[in-house]
Design a protein around this ligand. Structure first.
Ligand code: NAP
Length: 250
């Protein structure tokens, strides 16, 4: 298969498991050197790196909480000194919490916003100087069906994911003339720890609500990311691609 990302450096946040662990090997298969960011799950990140290396790719694990400016700064210092800079940024790291709005504490709200939304601001600021100097860059932000349709008892999560779409459009406008594209992917239900379908009955009910008749896999989203970051996707910016098997269509 074509190695259309040869010579590029990609940073995938939250790549130790779930969707990010699907995206990182896909970008490596396309020829990119990949930084596999994680917060706590070092073993997961090392497994992803090992999988990439066994496929002949180049990858590096890096621990950083993407909501913490100092940790983000340290990650970019590592990338600048070892790899030269980030050409492709995938803002994938995120957390999720089910609680009615009246039971959310301010710290619940602020923590989720910091990880799911403020991190995009911190990482985007960090990558733009390098991308502008190269006059080429790709940013893909992972939103959610929740940010478009709203979901039950996760008002802060839905708000953060709607914010991802607004941020994507605004930064796309600011950066288009530099050869940088900024897009979002809005996944529906994807089989990861976050989805946590605990019983077979719940699983069957969920499948019955997805027109294509199956729960999505991380690889489904990884393909979308690979398409958006490819050189041939240079005429797509500020868009949100809905990858949800038809879930939520009405
Ligand atoms: P997941 O399986 O829970 O994995 C979350 C990933 O994010 C892990 O790698 C985790 O690292 C990392 N992470 C969490 N907090 C972090 C922080 N502060 N700094 C750095 N990394 C952090 O989640 P997922 O389902 O793959 O979700 C990935 C993205 O897709 C999220 O933005 C989520 O909102 C979005 N999404 C998911 C679904 C779905 O159905 N699964 C649907 C729509 C959108 P550790 O392993 O080190 O904890």
């Amino acid at each position: 298969m074509e190695k259309e990302l040869e010579g590029k450096v990609a940073l995938v946040t939250g790549a130790s498991r779930g969707i990010g662990a699907g995206i990182a090997p896909e970008l490596a298969a396309a020829g990119a050197k990949v930084v596999v960011n994680y917060q706590a799950n070092r073993e997961g990140a090392e497994r992803v790196v090992e999988r990439i290396r066994q496929q002949g790719g180049e990858a590096y694990p890096f621990q950083a909480d993407v909501s913490q400016p100092d940790e983000v700064k340290a990650m970019f210092e590592f990338i600048s000194s070892q790899l030269g800079g980030v050409d492709i940024l995938v803002n994938n790291a995120g957390i999720h919490q089910h609680l009615p709005v009246e039971q959310l504490s301010l710290s619940d709200w602020e923590r989720l916003m910091a990880i799911n939304l403020t991190s995009l601001f911190l990482l985007t600021q960090a990558v733009l100087p390098h991308m502008k100097s190269r006059r080429w860059g790709r940013i893909v932000n992972i939103s959610s069906l929740s940010g478009v349709a709203g979901t039950h008892v996760e008002s802060h999560y839905a708000t953060s994911k709607a914010g991802v779409i607004g941020f994507t459009k605004a930064v796309a406008l600011e950066t288009a003339s530099f050869g940088i594209t900024v897009n979002a992917i809005s996944p529906g239900s994807i089989e990861t720890d976050m989805l946590a379908v605990t019983t077979e009955e719940r699983r069957q009910k969920l499948i019955s609500e997805i027109p294509v008749g199956r729960i999505g896999q991380p690889e489904d989203i990884a393909w979308g990311v690979r398409f958006l970051v490819s050189p041939r996707a240079s005429y797509i910016t500020g868009q949100t691609i809905h990858m949800n098997g038809g879930e939520g269509l009405y």
